[in-house]
Write a protein that binds this ligand. Structure first.
Ligand code: PNW
Length: 477
């Protein structure tokens, strides 16, 4: 019957992977434990505490450096098949370079990975989730393209030590956001104010580093380890204010997602032409002799193209877009020439940028599938923030409504989505918002030294979904 068919549409396909996600700096603590080096978030939180909403740090965070077994238990109890976590570069290589390896760091991730596998949970490892060793920032950080080589060397240490057991690797988490660390002295670490220049330099280094890692894995490890490598990119749906602004939204997609996805996922490769044209033209008008967008050579374009086994997609929210020139001179925002707003009717969260727009998830999945030739998409993050509390009805609604839209994209539209990890397993250090915004499905009491974890309503619903592999009937209309 049509009734049954409609309900089958809200089941997860066989082989679809379900789980939850975290990141090293946000949960681990142990900021100077057992030989770990200093990273740019240690530096920002210690030296410029006023940049963080509650002046907090990740010094202890969820103490997952000590309590990782608790996290594994939560995942196990939920019925998670996969756990996405990131490795702290400075815990493995205290000074960023591979000449000095911190064995205690290797031991920590070995213990975590083994515990996961013993409990039937597959690790998905992000190689870089924003915590750059300070020693590499001292050399200029991501705008310095030598980092593309240092990152490759760091990744090799990870493949050598963990690649026998880790089969799913993500090179970078959301370069779109961490390139912002080079656009303002009030922003993300390293909080350096070089907008319209440092961010584009960062994008080039990241693209080359990603390709270096991908090719190095193919040459040195893939045959033996048989793993898969992707990159996690953040995107937003952009709904044109009126049909006249369709192009404004297209430009928004290319400037936000396309800067990273076009060089890797299209057959043509390279930066999107609209990005090249507009940054070149603005640079010229602003009096720069050389475009602020450093070009990729044709060798680099070919080298970067196709370096993926899957597309890691982080998705949270949507905007309404229209034409408009805003942002300083120079800036990527100004280069883009699109302004975005959020519809005041969309339900809010605790995060200023995050409104609840479930239908946009389906649209963005379709946009990616169409633009990039329907690659396997792993949704590596999706989630909702509030100010705390176990009775998180709005988070439950967020997850069920967004998952329903994702399932429509899979079953009705044929988008190739292969997995989903909820952000986040536990409340954690939400970057510049400190501990004021909560994303966890498990609550963590940050006032208690033992950092107890307690399931919220959303953890119970995700447990049910992970075990039944469908959206419960009570959430279907
Ligand atoms: C992601 N925005 O960051 C990160 O990968 C996580 O580490 C983070 O905790 C999570 O989402 C929630 O914020 C984002 O401004 C940061 O649109 C900023 C935005 C989106 C995602």
């Amino acid at each position: 019957t049509g009734f049954a068919a409609a309900h089958d549409n809200f089941a997860f396909p066989d082989g679809f992977l379900l789980g939850a996600a975290t990141a090293s700096y946000q949960i681990e603590g142990g900021w100077d434990a057992d030989g770990k080096g200093v990273n740019i978030w240690d530096t920002l939180t210690h030296e410029r505490p006023f940049l963080v909403a509650d002046r907090s740090t990740g010094d202890v965070a969820d103490d997952s450096y000590n309590l990782y077994m608790e996290d594994v238990k939560l995942l196990k109890n939920m019925g998670a098949q996969v756990y996405r976590f990131s490795i702290s570069w400075a815990r493995i290589l205290p000074e960023g370079h591979d000449n000095k390896i911190n064995q205690a760091g290797i031991d920590y991730y070995n213990k975590l990975i083994n515990a996961l596998l013993e409990n039937g949970i597959e690790p998905i490892v992000s190689i870089y989730h924003w915590d750059l060793p300070q020693k590499l920032q001292d050399l200029g950080g991501w705008p310095n393209r030598e980092l593309a080589i240092y990152t490759e060397n760091y990744a090799r240490v990870l493949f050598k030590n963990f690649g026998d057991r880790v089969k799913l690797w993500i090179t970078f988490n959301e370069p779109l956001i961490f390139m912002g660390g080079y656009t303002s002295d009030k922003g993300m670490a390293p909080s350096i104010n070089t907008p319209g220049i440092g961010d584009y330099l960062t994008s080039r280094t990241v693209l080359i580093a990603h390709a270096n890692i991908y090719h190095m894995y193919e040459r040195e490890f893939k045959q033996q380890q048989k793993g898969k490598i992707g990159i996690t990119l953040l995107s937003f749906w952009c709904e044109p204010l009126t049909p006249d602004y369709t192009e404004a939204c297209e430009r928004y997609q290319q400037f936000q997602l396309g800067i990273y996805a076009h060089p890797i996922f299209t057959e043509q490769g390279d930066y999107p032409s609209v990005v090249i044209e507009r940054v070149d033209a603005n640079s010229k008008a602003e009096g720069f002799t050389t475009s602020r967008l450093p070009k990729l050579t044709s060798e680099e374009v070919n080298y970067i193209k196709g370096t993926y086994d899957f597309f890691g997609m982080n998705f949270y929210t949507a905007y309404v877009g229209l034409n408009g020139v805003v942002g300083g001179i120079p800036s990527r925002e100004r280069d883009m020439g699109t302004i975005v707003l959020q519809d005041p009717n969309w339900p809010v969260s605790a995060s200023s940028w995050l409104r609840v727009v479930p239908w946009a998830f389906r649209k963005q999945l379709n946009w990616i599938a169409k633009e990039y030739g329907n690659p396997p998409i792993f949704v590596t993050e999706n989630g909702f923030s509030d100010y705390g509390g176990l009775n998180d009805t709005n988070r439950v609604l967020y997850y069920t409504e967004y998952m329903k839209e994702m399932l429509k994209a899979i079953h009705i539209d044929g988008v190739n989505v292969v997995g989903y990890t909820a952000w986040s397993l536990i409340d954690n250090f939400e970057w510049l918002q400190g501990y004021t915004e909560k994303f966890g499905v498990y609550e963590v009491n940050f006032n208690d030294p033992s950092r107890p974890r307690t399931p919220k309503e959303s953890a119970k619903v995700l447990t049910e979904i992970f075990n039944t592999r469908k959206i419960p009937d009570r959430f279907l209309d």
